[in-house]
Design a protein around this ligand. Structure first.
Ligand code: CDP
Length: 238
């Protein structure tokens, strides 16, 4: 993919516009219990991204036509607040938010023990308060912490992060300029305990070697992000 190769995003010292080295992830901070009326909730502040996830349920699934006799359904809604970016986001569902809600639900369905709750529904609301690229990853990460905080049985958490390529350099955890003007984007959803993948989307072109580097950067970042998720779930203790 052509991208905007003339936009210089790596300086002469090999550093990115926000001062990070190619392999660095943006700082991340996670807190649970931020929506006291929800059964589980989490706030993720990741670079300039801010995401809140709230979980309600398991509850009886309504209307009955959405019920599954053998398992619960995950009802996931990803939404960007109108004020979350410089262009006001029109309230309501659009194609992008539907797509992100769907891939998020599929990633989370891989870890939640849905068969324990036949005919039920678990509602997962993801609200993007501030967006700086990688919001689908921040949303999946926040939702998996909120599900664990709600006490929903899961085989693992899901950590999601997107590496990519800018100015022919593979970089970890793209920020907004890198996402907009870069040449490739590789968001992945990773199970931290096994290294299995439950979600992968790729935009743009990467050579086999670049793909391997982006993959490794995502895996390394996921291990660090998982530490912060675990810390938040233990009530903030290190
Ligand atoms: O957020 P994510 O990288 O998962 O998804 P994207 O569709 O690649 O969007 C990248 C970024 O573009 C978002 O995080 C927002 O900062 C911005 N964006 C926007 O300003 N307006 C939109 N309607 C959609 C995205």
């Amino acid at each position: 993919m052509g991208g905007y190769g003339d936009v210089q995003m790596i300086d002469e010292n090999g550093l990115r516009m926000d001062g990070r080295k190619p392999e660095d992830c943006r700082p991340i901070q996670i807190e649970t219990g931020v929506i006291p009326v929800a059964d589980g909730s989490a706030r993720v502040i990741w670079g300039k991204n801010e995401v809140i996830a709230a979980v309600y349920g398991p509850m009886e699934a309504h209307p009955r036509k959405i019920q599954r006799q053998d398992r619960a359904v995950l009802d996931v809604r990803y939404n960007m607040a109108p004020f979350s970016t410089s262009d006001r986001i029109r309230p309501g569902f659009n194609r992008r938010s539907r797509e992100i809600s769907k891939v998020t639900a599929e990633a989370l369905e891989s870890v939640v023990l849905l068969e324990l709750y036949p005919r039920s529904k678990i509602r997962v609301e993801i609200e993007i308060i501030c967006a700086e690229a990688g919001t689908r990853c921040a949303g999946i990460t926040a939702a998996s912490v909120a599900l664990a905080h709600a006490g929903i049985p899961m085989t693992d958490l899901v950590v999601s992060v997107a590496s990519g390529k800018v100015n022919d350099v593979v970089v970890c955890d793209l920020n907004k300029e890198e996402d907009n003007y870069g040449e490739a984007d590789l968001p992945m959803g990773i199970l931290p305990n096994t290294g299995e993948l439950v979600f992968l989307q790729m935009d743009g072109d990467l050579s086999q070697e670049e793909f391997k580097t982006a993959w490794d950067y995502n895996m390394e970042a996921a291990a660090k992000i998982h530490e912060e998720m675990a810390r938040a779930l233990k009530g903030g203790e290190a």
